[in-house]
Design a protein around this ligand. Structure first.
Ligand code: BGC
Length: 254
């Protein structure tokens, strides 16, 4: 096994998932473990579940650990939260996890982690200039990476489109709830991506989230100047990106 390892945890609204990642390849070095997200998903309950998760691995004390959150995270503080318990707002994740896990961790937004993984190992590998990765799920997450450098917490899912958050107009969750066809959904996506393209002129769009497995049903319907391609890492992107970022930035996470 490679020596270049780190642990990634991906916290989502329904599951908390983790695995050891081989950073030479961007592949899992162990099986992935998934535990349902506790309800209510309060900070204490979620941190206890993260503890339960890492207890299933025999992690060396100095292995970097990255954790994703479905929320913007700046200097370890959760700024606001749309898809987990509201009591997360203002929580210092590093302090909470150090208390519960007995280790330092690197905390990062879920889409930023997934986007970073796509740039290092996936669909945007080797692409120069501005890559915008969006994740289409319950919400819409975004990551902007310029020449390999992540600009965190872009939160493009909260851009206002016709008076509403884009993620309330065009997420995959909204499509499912309303029973829209892919053709109907593509019209909503077109508005969102055209607006983002007008603002930022990316060189490449990458589309992730579970629904990107069905990319052939909606990506060809979109008309943009930049190429728009499906993500490659799919379910593993959050864990892989969190692990890679932890290794890169987490000098004190030991
Ligand atoms: C959150 C983002 C997150 C996205 C996907 C949004 O509601 O504000 O931080 O990346 O959902 O989980």
């Amino acid at each position: 096994m490679s020596e270049n390892l780190a642990f990634g945890i991906d916290i989502g609204g329904s599951g908390i998932k983790g695995a050891i990642v081989d950073l030479d390849t961007g592949q899992f070095a162990t099986d992935r473990v998934r535990i349902p997200t506790p309800q209510p998903s309060t900070p204490e309950a979620v941190a206890d579940t993260c503890r339960e998760l890492i207890d299933q691995f025999d992690l060396p004390k100095d292995m970097p650990i990255g954790i994703t959150f479905p929320a913007p995270v700046s200097r370890n503080i959760v700024l606001f939260i749309a898809n987990l318990d509201e009591s997360w707002k203002g929580v210092d994740v590093a302090e909470l996890m150090e208390r519960k896990l007995g280790r330092k961790v690197y905390a990062v937004n879920d889409a930023d982690a997934a986007g970073y993984a796509e740039v290092v190992y996936g669909a945007a590998k080797g692409v120069d200039g501005l890559v915008i990765v969006t994740t289409l799920g319950t919400g819409i997450g975004s990551a902007m990476i310029y020449n390999g450098q992540l600009q965190p917490n872009t939160e493009l899912g909260h851009l206002e489109i016709d008076g509403k958050d884009a993620e309330h107009r065009a997420s995959s969750g909204v499509r499912e709830k309303k029973g829209w066809t892919f053709e109907k959904w593509a019209k909503k996506l077109q508005k969102f991506y055209s607006h983002v393209e007008m603002l930022f002129t990316p060189d490449l769009f990458v589309v992730g989230g579970g629904v990107s497995k069905k990319h052939d049903k909606f990506l060809p319907l979109l008309d943009l100047n930049a190429p728009i391609v499906p993500a490659q890492l799919l379910n593993s992107a959050g864990i892989v990106g969190a692990a890679a970022l932890a290794k890169k930035y987490c000098e004190n996470c030991k």
